[in-house]
Design a protein around this ligand. Structure first.
Ligand SMILES: [Cu+2]
Length: 677
């Protein structure tokens, strides 16, 4: 395991060897109304565990109301939703007096909003659903300030300028105080036309007066009424904010929710052919990590003295000019790891279950954290930690991001990458009166591939509470009126007959070699980048606004070879498509002298020159390693020092994006345009 610190010490990028040219675009970062001095942070060890019930995102009361379930030639599902500020209880208490605290968050909703947003459940065309779901997105974040510190030095909505914004508008005339918070909702996993895909340069402000530059190139111009394609198979999509350079903060504030597609097989109803548990035995949980202040406010580090600041700023030798960063911030950090685990907006919740099979629809909605889950029987029904817990229980993985798997995989550990979704069957039968804890054996640090006992102490929080996520108390009596009919043999039979699993591979597919880099931005802050591997086995890194290099032909199938030259794993996401993860190989390469990387504001950052890229032996990753990938995926874990191969077909034309789903990375240039034409 290469920890971040060890990797950086060994890197060639220890000094900023490049002169920064005079740059007329650099301007003072706006210090948004936010105080670094927020007082003490909440101590996760003093917070209750497994007290509050986890809201089930598939509870009928939590579904958006216009569900198109009235049968017949379908009425078009139609939703009018808003993003707005609200206050909710996360389960946090004041440890001194036990009183419950309230947390200000942002949510999506219809009449009332919540974190996470309410759940969409729509029918596929094949199941009789309408061709499209229509959603009107209202931005009501007009309070004049963000909940969290905004680093306005990044390439973001209101720092686009004439040279870097496609429509020539200088967006530096806008700010959050005057114009409100820009948002744009992305349906993650959706096969959406490009103008409805929620790409970062399609943001819009609360009054709609400020619109991202790409709206100028859409026939008909700006609209906040989006159309989502229902001509897809059943899958576990999700929706979240994707505004340029501020996604990490908008999602952290609460802007995310589930979007389930049902079809004629995976109906979501009891007595489905596949024998899949249905509500109330189907549970949907968004797993996130957060930090809070002692008063219950969301906390996001950005100033000297804050968690990670020293690791990612001073520890790397970054020098933040005081005129741009008064008081040392607010600055983006390379990654974020929260010390409180949150499920559907509740810290360390629990759920009461019957002794039978349950279907869990799990989403990793964290900024940077890879989780690796296990299920273990606690030492006692009241235990709040894993001391004396059983060996991990076996469970089945039956699907992932965009649909069901080609067979059920038995495992006892499952790695869930940030942005990834997994469809899991857990059997609680025979565990009457027990408490089963969902454990996390992923570290509190950038993921390098190690789990559990292989983690270095510096990759774990002291007095770590993030080793547990939630609990399942087997205290409900078995309801004989509803059969417990999940059987992996039955599932595998249907999977073979109906062609579940990842999309088919085209042997003649074009091969595209792309790459992941870690460089430094103009201030010496770690800057993750995407780029390409050239014919001569050198590699070139690019920032977001540099000319597009990923240009798949419409309807073509391509194999993308993703070379990871960094010290960490990156969860890579392609919009529009789902893919087949073909495999991985070791790579070797030479890191040379730093080469300049043009930044959005005309300054130069740098990245180590890469040459001599060669491929080594195959790397096998399977269920026994915690990786289950035999399903349609739109996320893939690209491990360090490896090339990861995926195969995808590009079925709609237009301007899409591909990026790392570590939100702090995509906000800091680890995102590129993907133009399908
Ligand atoms: Cu990344």
């Amino acid at each position: 395991m290469i920890t971040r610190r060890r990797f950086l010490q060994g890197s060639t990028l220890t000094t900023l060897g490049l002169a920064l040219p005079f740059n007329p675009f650099l301007q003072r970062a706006h210090a948004i109304a936010y105080l670094s001095n927020v007082g003490p942070l909440s101590d996760p060890a003093l917070q209750p565990k497994f007290i509050d019930l986890a809201p089930n995102a598939l509870d009928p009361g939590f579904l958006f109301k216009d569900l198109n379930d009235n049968g017949g030639p379908a009425q078009q599902p139609n939703f009018s939703l808003r993003a707005r500020e609200t206050v909710q209880e996360t389960g946090l208490i004041n440890p001194k007096n036990g009183k419950r605290l309230k947390t200000k968050v942002w949510g999506y909703g219809a009449d009332t909003v919540s974190w996470p947003g309410q759940t969409f459940q729509v029918k596929s065309v094949s199941a009789g659903g309408a061709p499209e779901t229509v959603v009107r997105w209202e931005n009501e974040l007009n309070g004049g300030q963000h909940l969290l510190p905004v680093d306005t030095s990044l390439h973001w909505c209101y720092s686009l300028h004439g040279a870097g914004s496609a429509n020539g508008v200088d967006y530096r005339q806008f700010n959050i105080k005057k114009n409100g918070v820009p948002i744009i909702t992305h349906l993650h996993g959706g096969k959406s036309d490009f103008q409805f895909d929620g790409n970062p340069e399609f943001f819009f402000s609360p009054d709609g007066n400020v619109k991202g530059p790409q709206w100028d190139f859409v026939p008909g111009g700006f609209t906040n009424t989006f159309r989502y394609d229902n001509n897809v198979r059943a899958g576990n999509l999700w929706y979240h904010d994707h505004a340029l350079g501020i996604t990490r903060l908008n999602v952290y504030a609460g802007l995310a929710g589930f979007y389930f597609v049902r079809d004629e097989y995976d109906t979501g109803q009891a007595n489905n052919l596949l024998g899949l548990p249905a509500f109330p035995y189907e549970l949907a949980y968004a797993i996130q990590d957060r930090m809070f202040t002692e008063k219950g406010d969301l906390f996001y580090p950005a100033f000297p003295g804050d968690p990670f600041y020293d690791d990612f700023i001073t520890g790397e030798g970054a020098i933040l000019p005081p005129d741009l960063f008064p008081g040392g911030g607010p600055t983006a950090l390379a990654e974020f790891f929260g010390d409180h685990m949150v499920v559907n907006g509740k810290i360390w919740p629990k759920t009461n279950v019957e002794p039978r099979h349950y279907r869990l629809r799990l989403l990793n909605g964290c900024d940077s954290r890879f989780v690796a889950i296990r299920f273990r029987v606690a030492a006692s029904p009241g235990a709040t930690d894993l001391n004396g817990a059983s060996a991990p229980l076996p469970f089945y993985v039956i699907g992932s991001d965009q649909g069901l798997a080609s067979s059920a995989s038995m495992t006892d550990t499952l790695v869930i990458e940030p942005g990834g979704r997994y469809d899991v069957i857990v059997d609680f039968s025979g565990l009457e009166d027990a408490r089963i804890i969902m454990e996390n054996i992923g570290g509190d640090a950038p993921f390098g591939g190690d789990l559990g006992e292989d983690l270095a102490p510096e990759d774990l929080f002291p007095d770590r509470q993030t080793d547990r996520i939630m609990a399942f108390d087997v205290v409900l009596p078995f309801n004989n009126a509803i059969a417990d009919s999940f059987d992996p043999v039955t599932f595998d039979g249907w999977a073979a007959d109906l062609g579940f699993g990842p999309p088919p591979v085209n042997p003649g597919a074009t091969i595209r070699r792309v790459a992941l880099f870690e460089g430094l931005d103009e201030f010496g802050r770690l800057q993750p980048l995407l780029g390409i591997v050239d014919q001569d086995s050198t590699a070139t890194a690019f920032t977001w606004f540099q000319p597009t290099t990923e240009v798949p032909a419409l309807s073509s199938t391509e194999v993308w070879e993703i070379y990871n030259f960094t010290g960490d794993a990156h969860p890579i996401h392609l919009h529009l498509v789902n893919f087949n993860i073909l495999g991985r190989n070791e790579i070797s390469f030479t890191e040379g002298a730093p080469v300049p990387v043009l930044q959005h504001n005309g300054t130069l950052g740098q990245v180590a020159g890469i040459s001599g890229v060669t491929e080594g032996g195959a790397v096998g990753l399977g269920p026994t390693d915690g990786y289950v990938e035999n399903a349609p995926k739109d996320m893939v874990t690209a491990l360090p020092g490896q090339v990861t191969r995926i195969s995808a077909t590009f079925e709609k034309p237009g301007r899409y994006v591909w990026h790392c789903h570590i939100l702090s990375h995509e906000d800091h240039e680890m995102m590129r345009v993907m133009q399908v034409s």
